[in-house]
Design a protein around this ligand. Sequence first.
Ligand SMILES: Nc1nc2c(ncn2[C@@H]2O[C@H](COP(=O)(O)OP(=O)(O)O)[C@@H](O)[C@H]2O)c(=O)[nH]1
Ligand SMILES: [Mg+2]
Length: 115
Amino acid sequence: MLKAKILFVGPCESGKTVLANFLTESSDITEYNPTQGVRILEFENPHVTSNNKGTACEFELWDCGGDPKFESCWPALMKDSHGVVIIFNADIPSHLKEIEMCTALEQAEAGALEP
Ligand SMILES: Nc1nc2c(ncn2[C@@H]2O[C@H](COP(=O)(O)OP(=O)(O)O)[C@@H](O)[C@H]2O)c(=O)[nH]1
Ligand SMILES: [Mg+2]
């Protein structure tokens, strides 16, 4: 079976946890509670197409805490990931600045992993 590790990153209160819960059909949290560090949610999709063949895929969704105090952990969280989803609220100007930092970190990390 295919396996995919996908990270959800972005500023605090942008909706990472709500989206991760929705995709994994986890329980709905009604009051805001900032994620400390990381939450790992697993789900399986039985219908993924790979090389024109249908197959199942086991996803690991890493819902990362957006507080800059966890910034030093982010490169370690990104290790062996297959994709990173940057989530932000376009109505909040400070979020745009914060996602620029996320993108810079990811590029630095991708460069560090190249042989
Ligand atoms: N209006 C609206 N509120 C949302 C949406 N997604 C999340 N929220 C609210 O935004 C707050 C922060 O969401 P959360 O997923 O915990 O943010 P995180 O810090 O990025 O994980 C919560 O109070 C949610 O109810 C959305 O799509 N629309
Ligand atoms: Mg969260």
